[in-house]
Design a protein. Structure first.
Length: 276
């Protein structure tokens, strides 16, 4: 009897998680975020026009992708904290305002509601960046030169955190960058979601990671510790000698801190009956 009940509970929880995730993927905000990333990366290619339109498609696909990623006209790095929060960071606020949060908490409990919300937020922000940057990589491969200019490539990647990968395979390097940016986007969206439990405003949840990233970057530059910049975590060539170990620590710190700060606030609000 007990195993049957546990099985039913697990089935209900998985079904809830699956439905919320699929609804998030089908939501217009998900496609809006993908569109903004693609447009920002495509816009950066306008720098190729400075050399003359006849040379536009003469650039190799790796240089093209890297130009879209963090080139001189790229908008992706500064906009990433804002884009990451679009798909799901304001979901808790939307649930609260619509009144659906009460039914969800009664159905699965406040603890699981919070954990699933936090997890789905991470997954959706990851998918937004992975899908859009992967599409841009395919676009670069299909329409630009397949012969890589190694001089330009080596110059661009020499200070990269993943320089050891760049020396092995350019294509693999691009895939690593896509995964890397997708993970960092989860950090940004986690920060936005955590704040939504304190300031019940969707606009704040969307914009705050962008604001705090800019502030931390300015302070880091002023103090001469640019390694601590959140933007330096997204742009792997921004700071020389950044390490993968430091990246893991940074990501773990921000996601874990965001989780517990938000969870403790949410738990207090539930106990004080402030969420309904």
């Amino acid at each position: 009897m007990v195993p049957t009940i546990l099985y039913i509970i697990c089935e209900v929880l998985l079904e809830y998680c699956k439905n919320i995730l699929f609804n998030g993927i089908k939501d217009k905000k998900f496609f809006l975020a993908i569109s903004i990333i693609l447009l920002s990366m495509i816009f950066s290619l306008t720098s190729f026009l400075d050399e003359g339109s006849m040379y536009f498609f003469k650039h190799d696909y790796v240089t093209t992708f890297l130009q879209g990623y963090n080139g001189d006209k790229s908008l992706l790095v500064p906009l990433a904290p804002l884009i990451a929060t679009i798909p799901f960071a304001a979901n808790h606020i939307e649930n609260r305002k619509s009144g659906i949060i009460k039914n969800l908490i009664i159905r699965i409990g406040y603890d699981k509601y919070f954990k699933y919300t936090f997890l789905i937020n991470i997954i959706l922000s990851f998918l937004v960046f992975f899908i859009s940057m992967f599409i841009f990589m395919l676009f670069s491969i299909l329409f630009f030169d397949k012969n890589i200019d190694l001089d330009i490539y080596n110059y661009i990647t020499k200070n990269s955190m993943y320089n050891f990968v760049a020396n092995i395979s350019p294509l693999f390097y691009l895939l690593i960058l896509i995964i890397h940016c997708s993970i960092i986007s989860a950090v940004y969206s986690s920060i936005g979601l955590s704040l939504s439990y304190y300031i019940k405003n969707k606009f704040i949840a969307w914009v705050f990671p962008f604001v705090i990233t800019t502030i931390i970057s300015l302070f880091s530059i002023f103090l001469g510790i640019t390694k601590l910049e959140l933007m330096a975590m997204f742009d792997v060539t921004r700071v020389k000698d950044n390490t993968f170990i430091f990246l893991l620590f940074y990501v773990s710190f921000f996601i874990t801190t965001s989780y517990f700060i938000a969870y403790n606030k949410f738990k207090r609000d539930i106990q004080n009956d402030e969420e309904f």
